[in-house]
Design a binder for this molecule. Structure first.
Ligand code: SF4
Length: 250
């Protein structure tokens, strides 16, 4: 008698189930002063001595290094600036340099043609309008080619210690949104929102701290929430782990 063929067993999947994403919970009052203060306390504790990661010895070098950091990493910029500043240590020397030579030195930072033109243009304006000195206001700094508000804020804050605004780079923008300190997506609007809720005496350090946190923990794709000192204060929908859900499950 023919035996009945057993239906083939469905193969058991060897794939591991993806870790469960925490449920998204809304923060009742994201801009409440006590919440903002708690975020600032945690950031200061996590990054007590944080400084600008671009190597520089003076305001001129910081202007140039920050202009070169567009669309690349600070590490990449730090690789080219020693050679650049060795050959052209002053605005006057950079203003008189040969453009192809500048392009060759800064080539690896990307967009090297535009950047070379801008940094030489900035050096020329420094010589012609500011007597070779870096000015100390946003309005004057942003007259330099290649220097927008972000670069001006970096130079004012990191070199002169002047808090005229908040540096909003890609990390500050992403983290400020995750922490619900702003809903804006445009850097200028994000800066305006941050200036309203962060005390002015914390503007400079706050952006350094967020930049470091964004590089080390709250990274773009899979933030490392399990290692984050702000986790209890954060209800971002991007969270990958929640201490509260862990507590409820146990
Ligand atoms: S808990 Fe996660 S998403 Fe929130 S700030 Fe920390 S790392 Fe970023």
């Amino acid at each position: 008698m023919p035996t009945l063929k057993q239906p083939a067993k469905a193969p058991t999947s060897t794939k591991k189930a993806a870790p469960k994403k925490p449920r998204h919970k809304k923060t009742a009052k994201p801009l409440a002063p006590e919440r903002v203060a708690a975020i600032l306390v945690e950031l200061r504790k996590a990054y007590p001595d944080v400084v600008c990661a671009l190597t520089h010895r003076n305001a001129f070098e910081l202007v140039i290094a920050t202009a070169l950091s567009a669309q690349t990493t600070d590490v990449n910029v730090n690789k080219v600036t020693p050679a650049l500043f060795k050959l052209y240590p002053t605005p006057k020397r950079l203003a008189a340099a040969s453009l192809p030579e500048i392009e060759e030195i800064i080539h690896s930072t990307g967009f090297y043609r535009a950047k070379a033109k801008n940094i030489q243009g900035a050096a020329r304006v420094l010589v012609e309008r500011f007597g070779g000195k870096v000015p100390e206001t946003i309005d004057e700094l942003t007259t330099l080619p290649g220097v927008a508000r972000k670069t001006a804020n970096v130079v004012l804050g990191s070199w002169f210690g002047i808090a005229e605004g908040v540096v909003v780079d890609t990390h500050v923008l992403r983290l400020s949104r995750r922490l619900e300190l702003t809903k804006a997506t445009e850097p200028k609007k994000v800066e305006r929102d941050l200036m309203k809720v962060i005390p002015q005496d914390r503007w400079i350090q706050f952006s350094h701290e967020l930049i470091h946190h964004g590089r080390q923990v709250c990274v773009a794709r899979r933030p490392r929430c399990v290692d984050c000192s702000l986790e209890r204060l954060c209800n971002s929908k991007d969270k990958t782990w929640s201490s509260e859900e862990q507590r409820l499950e146990n």
